[in-house]
Design a protein around this ligand. Sequence first.
Ligand code: MN
Length: 237
Amino acid sequence: MKKQLIKRVQRLPKGMCLFGVIGLALLFIGCGKVGEKPSITQEPLPYKMDALKPYISDQTMRVHYGKHYTGYVDKANQLLKGGAFEDKTAEEIIVLTAGKEEHTAIFNNVAQAWNHAFFWKCLKPDGGKVDGKLADLIIKSFGSFDTFKQNFLEAAKSQFGSGWTWLVLDGEKLKIITTANADTPIAHGLKPLFTVDVWEHAYYLDYQNRRADFVNDVLDHLADWDFVAFQLKSTEK
Ligand code: MN
């Protein structure tokens, strides 16, 4: 009995020691993770995966947000880890790597991560309604909202292969541009206000080859013009 008690007392410090070591290790790992903040953060989707139905299905969103977008964010962070751009913002990295052959992979993945994060915010369920100052500026820039819509659709259709269609601020007026692959207006010093992803992965499951129908539905039902107005307001001095 006495012997057993001694044994237990002898075991106790060892056990405590083990817990202590595990505790310290966990603390260390925890601190390490805080210190290793990824350069490019994955933006949460501002609505549910099925919120954009029937115009964009949850199946499309699961693949588009969950696989393609996540893939760009993960790849960007892998490429940036330990490199010269690690502490820079996505916008800074895009400007610093644009057009530089040696940084093509970083540019492509960081720009795609940025473009997608922006694109999710351009959409909302029950969107498509524009008013106020923004509606006036659209009319001033394009003649009418309908002309803006037709021009935007034409631009989206004419983008050969993968890319993006954008509404940007060019001086005092609005302008529609397209960019190929991962390219983005911020690489060209332009202020993006709104975008539609026209890579096939954005619409193929729901629309197959009918890209214009997809863009038309986005403009009529999903475009978050409040977000666009907020982007525009952020440019005012
Ligand atoms: Mn995409």
